[in-house]
Design a protein around this ligand. Structure first.
Ligand code: GDP
Ligand code: MG
Length: 675
């Protein structure tokens, strides 16, 4: 019989299963409820038993009693000592006792995969020289080195019991005196236990032995069991000095551990995360965003005005000028205006990802997120979502679990992206000029609540399976590689631009056509006569519960939002009879005064139909309804299914409608009650 012996969690059972395959019998050890597994090593006749995990061969627990009794009384022909090589000190403490048993042994250093990762390097020849038994490294989990182990087992006859005198001279002396009087094959081990005065081994104690021990104890001022343990550890220290070295991975690991003490700290992890995110948001949407959006807008303005001048000079018709200026340059330019701030956002996120920080946040949030069928990895899409839903949806591909991935695709567009901010700026600036910041924050907050709520509902309704793939391994921190970051950022930006050039361009032209032509296909600059107005009228009843009146302009604006969300703003401006210049002059971050001056003009019948409440609920609808066409296309790609894409669009829009209607309804009710 071969016995697997080792600490708890050293990988004995994993190795046992690997060696025996299906050829195993599972029962209980006599008198206890501990599992006893016996089997035959695949394609051999060797029987093998998986002993309970122990740290020493005392008899303080039932595991120890069973293992010790088995080794002393049943005496297997061979011990396979399984060590967790990342816990070498603790593991060798047991090995030293096993050596004292004088049973042939193979010393198996398990978890080689982890040792490699942690930079622990074992000099196997040296270890073999010291411990005399064959030593090898394996990974039971990754199934490496197991053939070599089976080979050693096949040739186990060549392994003879060894004796290593590792105690100090006087103890060795006493041990040899006692062991001469013991009639057992494991003399040395029993002698050591007798010297310790181990009560459970008293059956071997004779008067002679007793007097040897008492003599020894009287001449030495030792607590015997402590001294023996102490000397074993001294010897292990020596082994480690000679046979264990550490490579650069170890130092990276230890730096990582130090950083993680802070970053993964139970109380600090989330505040640090929020701090970092605020900084990222401030940098991308705030500083860089504010500056560059204006800059790019300026560039596109000059492009469209020179295009306009040129087209006029060659005598192009007004509708073709409008096609180029509003349909093409307007639509695509609106989207491309976000490139600089997305570049910053992608760059910062990519740096955090490549450094190893993002994995930690994913790890921290994993348990919470999993309760609602999301993965810790969903956090990256959600963060990217504050920039743009397109890269956010694309980033879901790193989520392994299909269900968690789909949930994330459904929910990521609920994060208010940069393009939705002008909507908030417009309405909040006009209706809540003194509380604009508060309104903006309330929408971010609402989006988190909405995502949590929807995740919960979706899990209850559709995604029932509980998933298993917990994040367990964290990479070490490292300096991000410039190549990786560059490729990552440019890849994301490029796919964003590609969408602007395809889906957004096409949809922008279609919507432009609907907004610029009447049913008799004559060109018009008055949206109220356009084809789109008919759509607006048809959809107006749907918006009734949200804004409390039939307003074709509002529904047309929402449709325009499908091209790019900030188009809601320019459409409202156009419908409100503002000149294009006036709307452009507002910029992306208009002051409340400018808004009032413009939208408060008497020409504006559109805005006057809104109240603070309906403005809020209309914003809610626009912020949480289906994203723009670009993001809808990204959803299709990510799902790999047009059907699921439609489902998501309907779900998102439906939910946004319910939420907006609820806000308006409840708000109106409160208004009535107060009045
Ligand atoms: P036992 O208590 O000694 O029976 O240990 P198990 O076989 O139950 O293994 C304990 C844990 O260690 C399990 O989660 C295993 O998947 C894991 N494990 C076992 N061998 C290896 C290995 O070689 N590498 C790694 N990374 N993990 C391992
Ligand atoms: Mg086990």
């Amino acid at each position: 019989m071969i016995a697997l012996v080792g600490n708890q969690n050293s990988g004995k059972t994993t190795l046992f299963n690997l060696l025996t395959g299906t050829q195993q019998k599972v029962g209980n050890w006599p008198g206890v409820t501990l599992e006893r597994k016996v089997g035959k090593i695949k394609s051999t006749d060797h029987e093998i038993v998986d002993l309970p995990g122990v740290y020493s061969l005392s008899a303080y627990s039932s595991e120890e009693t069973i293992s010790r009794d088995y080794l002393l009384n049943d005496r297997p022909n061979l011990i396979i000592n399984v060590l967790d090589v990342t816990q070498l000190e603790r593991s060798l403490y047991l090995t030293m006792q096993l050596i004292d048993l004088k049973i042939p042994m193979i010393i198996t250093l398990n978890m080689k995969d982890l040792a490699d990762k942690k930079g622990i390097v074992i000099d196997l020849d040296k270890l073999n020289e010291i411990l005399k038994y064959p030593v090898l490294e394996i990974s039971a989990l990754k199934k490496t080195g197991v053939d070599e182990l089976v080979n050693l087992i096949e040739n186990a006859k060549k392994i003879t019991p060894v004796e290593i005198k590792y105690f100090s001279e006087d103890i060795e002396d006493a041990l040899s005196k006692i062991s001469k009087k013991v009639n057992h094959k494991s003399k040395r081990f029993i002698a050591s236990k007798l010297l310790e005065d181990d009560l459970l081994i008293k059956e071997y104690e004779t008067d002679e032995i007793k007097s040897i021990r008492e003599d020894f104890v009287n001449t030495h001022n030792y607590q015997m069991d402590e001294q023996i343990a102490h000397e074993r550890y001294n010897f292990i220290e020596k082994i480690k000095k000679e046979a264990v070295t550490y490579n650069e991975n170890f130092y990276k690991e230890s730096i990582t551990r130090k950083i993680d003490k802070i970053v993964l700290n139970r109380f600090l992890a989330i505040p640090i995360f929020i701090l970092i995110m605020t900084a990222i948001y401030y940098l991308s949407a705030g500083v860089v965003g504010g500056y560059t959006v204006g800059l790019i807008e300026g560039i596109f303005e000059s492009i469209s005005s020179s295009a306009e001048t040129w087209l006029e000079s060659v005598g192009a018709s007004p509708w073709s000028i409008s096609l180029v200026v509003n349909g093409v340059i307007g639509g695509v330019g609106a989207v491309l205006g976000f490139v600089p701030q997305l570049l910053i956002l992608f760059l910062l996120i990519s740096l955090l990802e490549a450094s190893g920080y993002m994995s930690r946040i994913a790890f921290t949030l994993d348990q919470v997120f999993r309760k609602v069928s999301l993965s810790g990895k969903s956090i990256i899409p959600f963060i990217l979502g504050i920039g743009c839903s397109v890269p956010a949806i694309m980033a879901t591909k790193t989520i392994d679990d299909e269900q968690e991935k789909e949930m994330t695709i459904y929910l990521a567009p609920f994060i208010p992206c940069n393009a939705k901010l002008p909507i908030i700026a417009l309405f909040a600036g006009y209706f809540f000029p003194n509380n604009r910041g508060l309104i903006t924050v309330s929408f971010y907050f609402m989006s988190i609540v909405v995502i949590g709520l929807l995740a919960f509902i979706l899990k209850k309704l559709a995604f029932k399976k509980t998933s298993t793939g917990y994040i367990s391994e964290l990479p070490t921190y490292k300096l991000p590689s410039a190549r990786y970051v560059t490729r990552d950022v440019l890849g994301k930006i490029w796919s964003f631009i590609k969408r602007a050039g395809t889906i957004v361009l096409l949809s922008s032209i279609i919507i432009w056509f609907l907004a610029s032509f009447t049913w008799s296909f004559s060109y018009t600059t008055d949206p109220s006569r356009s084809i789109l107005r008919t759509f607006g009228d048809i959809l107006a009843p749907i918006f009734y519960p949200i804004i409390g009146n039939l307003n074709w302009g509002a529904s047309v604006s929402a449709i325009q939002g499908l091209v790019a969300k900030e188009n809601v703003v320019s459409t409202m401006g156009i419908i409100a009879n503002l000149t294009a210049e006036a709307v452009e002059a507002l910029g992306s971050d208009p002051t409340p005064e400018a808004l009032r001056a413009l939208f408060g003009s008497e020409a504006n019948t559109l805005f006057s139909t809104f109240t603070g409440l309906s403005a809020f609920s209309f914003m809610t609808f626009n912020l949480f309804s289906a994203p723009c066409f670009g993001a809808i296309g990204a959803m299709r790609d990510a799902f790999g299914s047009t059907k699921k894409m439609w489902l998501a669009v309907i779900l998102q829009t439906g939910f946004a409608w319910l939420l907006a209607a609820a806000i308006y309804g409840i708000g109106s009710l409160i208004g009535v009650l107060i009045a």
